[in-house]
Design a protein. Structure first.
Length: 52
């Protein structure tokens, strides 16, 4: 049972880091165009520099 004193804070810390990474991705607009990426892979046009 003594191990729980280490595991619970470690899991809370890792969960907080994951939540922070998700919020950062939302703030920097990483999820703005998921449909465009899905459709772009199916086209035959080759584009070395995709649109931001």
């Amino acid at each position: 049972m003594e191990i729980l004193t280490y595991l619970i804070p470690a899991s809370l810390l890792l969960g907080g880091i994951g939540l922070g990474a998700f919020l950062w991705a939302m703030k920097t607009h990483q999820f703005d165009d998921p449909e465009g990426d899905a459709n772009r892979i199916l086209t035959k046009d080759w584009d070395d520099h995709p649109k931001p």
